[in-house]
Ligand binder design. Structure first.
Ligand code: NAD
Ligand code: LMR
Length: 327
């Protein structure tokens, strides 16, 4: 028997990440080749014309799995009964800005959208925040939706995880698909801590294969942390296709399952690893059937602790900066 359609909201649906995202969702890349989807597409009133063009192209792809589309500028229409939400719509940074410089411009979007999710989304909804600064925006949305479980929310750190995996694979001379047990801790910002102390490929420990602590500290960690800025510098616009790909990866693993693999997700802390409860922090997890389980009890040495402290302090500062919005 045919499955009933899953309702998926994408905000910022006329923007560049959405343009790389919605076609893949409709093709089955997110939920598989037998799962119909209905797309709920949200963008600002002045973008409805362009959004209409995106919908024309979606129609012109004749995707058998695309069971319907809703276009709107009203979050309560966009989030009505959704199973999955990709919260992409927000201003991107330009050259010379840090992601947290966007807090002023973007934070308010996520109070409004959090409240709308609280009112109309399915109680089991899974909501990924992509718009920057993603961790704190996800925190705002979660706090603005008190009737939804905090487990409904996560922020995207998968792009950083994928960037780190590619860089490690190149350094160690292994296939990127074989890299496992890699972690990106903390904030989606240059303070993030990509950590390959436990990483393996084909049964080999990558830290032993690479055996270069100076490379770790002086090249790997800063390059992964500043990769978004490097893409902006080179492309003149922030990453889009790789961001959409990471959003698919993170949500697919979340709702379908990671099959025992460790993946990095920014989720509300339960207090483990000394991260205060509620802070949206990148951690290693495994996922099954929509349930996320942290990888527990990993050793945190002095260097790792210093990196966790840096990224945590930044998230605390961001939380302070938006506290007035949640009062
Ligand atoms: P874009 O400017 O191309 O598109 C953003 C879209 O959002 C626009 O169509 C805009 O009209 C819409 N929008 C703005 N406010 C909205 C609102 N209140 N409701 C609905 N739609 C709204 O930008 P983009 O390149 O698609 O990037 C979107 C966001 O994703 C940016 O904040 C960017 O920094 C962020 N981003 C995050 C990651 C990550 O890893 N977390 C990666 C890449 C980009
Ligand atoms: C990225 O990491 O590519 C995005 O967050 C865009 C940015 O501003 O860096």
């Amino acid at each position: 028997m045919a499955k009933s359609p899953v309702r998926i909201a994408v905000t910022g649906a006329a923007g560049q990440i959405a343009y790389a995202l919605v076609f893949r969702i409709a093709s089955g890349a997110l939920l598989g080749p037998d799962q119909p989807v209905i797309l709920h597409l949200l963008d600002l009133p002045q973008m409805q014309g362009a959004l209409g063009g995106v919908m024309m192209e979606l129609e012109d792809c004749a995707f058998p799995l695309l069971a319907g589309m809703v276009a709107t500028d009203d979050p309560k229409v966009a989030f009505k009964d959704i199973d999955i939400g990709f919260l992409v719509g927000a201003r991107p940074r330009g050259k010379g800005m840090e992601r947290k410089d966007l807090l002023g411009a973007n934070a308010e979007i996520f109070t409004v959208q959090g409240r709308a999710l609280n009112e109309v989304a399915k109680r089991s909804a899974r909501v990924l925040v992509v718009g920057n600064p993603a961790n704190t925006n996800a925190y705002i949305a979660m706090k603005s939706a008190p009737d939804l479980s905090p487990d409904c929310f996560s922020a995207m750190i998968r792009l950083d995880h994928n960037r780190a995996a590619s860089m490690l694979a190149a350094k160690a001379g292994v296939n990127v698909g074989d890299v496992g047990k890699l972690i990106v801790w903390g904030n989606h910002s240059p303070t993030m801590y990509p950590d390959y102390r436990f990483a393996e490929a084909g049964g080999r420990k990558l830290a032993e294969a690479i055996n270069d602590e100076a490379w770790n500290r002086d090249v790997f960690i800063p390059t992964v942390g500043k990769r978004g800025a490097a893409v902006i510098e080179a492309r003149g616009a922030s990453s889009a296709a790789s961001a959409a790909n990471a959003a698919i990866d993170q949500v697919r693993d979340w709702v379908v399952g990671s099959d025992g693999r460790w993946v990095s997700m920014a989720i509300p802390s339960d207090g483990s690893y000394g991260i205060p409860e509620g802070i949206m922090f990148g951690v290693p997890v495994t996922t099954q059937g929509g349930v996320v389980t942290r990888v527990p009890n990993l050793a945190i040495d002095a260097f790792a602790q210093s990196r966790l402290d840096i990224t945590l302090n930044e998230l605390k500062e961001e939380r302070e900066a938006i506290a007035h919005l949640l009062a």
